[in-house]
Design a binder for this molecule. Structure first.
Ligand SMILES: Cc1cc2nc3c(=O)[nH]c(=O)nc-3n(C[C@H](O)[C@H](O)[C@H](O)COP(=O)(O)OP(=O)(O)OC[C@H]3O[C@@H](n4cnc5c(N)ncnc54)[C@H](O)[C@@H]3O)c2cc1C
Length: 381
């Protein structure tokens, strides 16, 4: 009997998982003992970190995407459809257009969705900008290029959000860019964060404090949006304070697909064991990447490393062995510190990150990684 392994979602986590499973189970696939299928609701694979560079004109939207068929190994079957329900008792998936399909082992990698409409100031009622899709990133590019001065407020409105480094990187990039353009004295660069420090990771908080001070960034912590008066361009906080802005850019809240709660895999985020990445609620079901509730950053590197653990565990199960590989929360994040320098940090669940001084070399290493990402997605690195 053929063991059916199905991956839902073809972002970083799903694509790396499917390609590596194919390598790991090559012999079993050839013998007809295993079949791997990946279900994607889009024919394009998106490398989301590119969106960060688009508003600054340092990348174009087309740099962010590749046809999924060019990235997934030909021995993995791709189904272009949307999963609408997971029946974990019957081990079966319902799809929008293609009926239902069975699974023996399931990997859920459906990511996190920016909750634009649900975030004060960023939905239909607001005029806040973000860069979490192509259209928004291009709109922001137009706004930034015509911004002559005034208060630019960059706000992390809600948590958790994807990529822990982005708020710091955007602020430092804005500082560097406006300096290059000779406009920095005309821009009051203001950063707000919803907890009583500049970043939720203590080491980042320590690293960024002197750097924001050197760059004359005005900061507000414990700053929680209650509402935004988009006509008056004023943010009202839960504490009753107000902050006016000329341009508002920010990180909205994020949420998982409703598929997770609807299928009983978690009340909100998919609930998994943080070491085995197996569902708390269903046997043979694993979670990879932003969709999970594991206590670490929602980052591509986490999805990549977690995929390695899930591949090893699913392959062991498919062969009738006991899985032994576990995940310790491995993460590595680059931190761009402007237009020509960067730093990086790596950490695990139980290891605090150490952040070194920024260098030009690390900045170029990040840009090089962005170029070589397409090999990572193919499971080659
Ligand atoms: C601007 C920006 C900058 C970033 N910078 C960095 C960085 O520098 N470093 C870093 O490590 N991370 C960074 N990240 C975060 C990183 O992109 C994410 O953590 C990563 O994409 C998560 O991968 P994933 O596979 O979990 O989810 P995703 O990449 O979001 O993929 C999920 C996929 O599942 C599909 N899907 C969802 N529901 C269904 C369904 N029901 N049926 C079928 N398919 C479905 C979606 O369409 C999508 O293709 C950044 C993110 C952004 C937005």
């Amino acid at each position: 009997m053929t063991e059916e392994i199905v991956v839902i979602g073809a972002g970083v986590g799903g694509t790396v998982t499917a390609n590596r499973l194919q390598k790991e189970l090559n012999r079993e696939i050839s013998a007809g003992d295993v079949r791997i299928r990946i279900i994607s609701d889009t024919p394009q694979h998106v490398y989301k970190p590119t969106w960060f560079y688009v508003p600054w004109g340092e990348a174009e939207p087309e740099d962010a995407t590749r046809p999924l068929a060019d990235l997934i190994d030909r021995r993995v079957d791709i189904i272009y459809d949307r999963v609408t329900n997971i029946d974990t008792a019957a081990k079966s998936l319902s799809l929008s257009d293609s009926g239902s399909i069975p699974y023996d082992y399931l990997v859920v990698a459906t990511g996190a969705i920016p909750d634009i409409e649900g975030t004060p100031g960023f939905g239909a009622d607001g005029n806040g900008h973000h860069f979490y899709n192509e259209e928004a990133a291009m709109d922001l590019r137009a706004e930034l290029s015509s911004f002559e001065g005034g208060r630019l407020v960059f706000s992390v409105v809600e948590m958790p959000h994807v990529c822990p480094a982005v708020p710091i990187e955007f602020t430092m990039m804005a500082d560097a860019r406006f300096r290059e353009l000779g406009k920095r004295d005309d821009v009051d660069l203001t950063y707000t964060y919803p907890i009583p420090q500049l970043h939720s990771v203590d080491a980042v908080d320590e690293w960024v404090k002197p750097r924001f001070a050197d760059r004359d960034v005005t900061t507000y912590t414990d700053f929680n949006f209650a509402s935004v008066d988009a006509d008056a361009k004023v943010i009202h906080t839960e504490d009753g304070d107000t902050l006016s802005y000329d341009m508002l850019v920010g990180v909205p809240g994020f949420k998982p697909s409703s598929l997770i709660a609807d299928s009983g895999l978690g009340e909100s985020w998919m609930e998994v064991d943080k070491h085995t990445l197996e569902s708390d609620h269903a046997e043979g079901v694993f979670g990879v990447g932003d969709v999970t509730n594991i206590p670490t950053s929602k980052a591509g590197s986490v999805a990549h490393y977690a995929a390695g653990t899930v591949v090893s565990r699913v392959a062991a199960l498919a062969r009738g062995h006991t899985p032994r590989t576990t995940f310790d929360g491995d993460a590595i994040c680059f931190l761009e510190a402007g237009t020509d320098s960067g730093s990086h940090m790596s950490f695990q669940y139980d290891t605090e990150p150490v952040i070194r001084d920024e260098t030009e070399f690390v900045h170029w290493a990040k840009l090089a990684y962005n170029e070589s990402y397409w090999l990572t997605a193919r499971g080659l690195a």
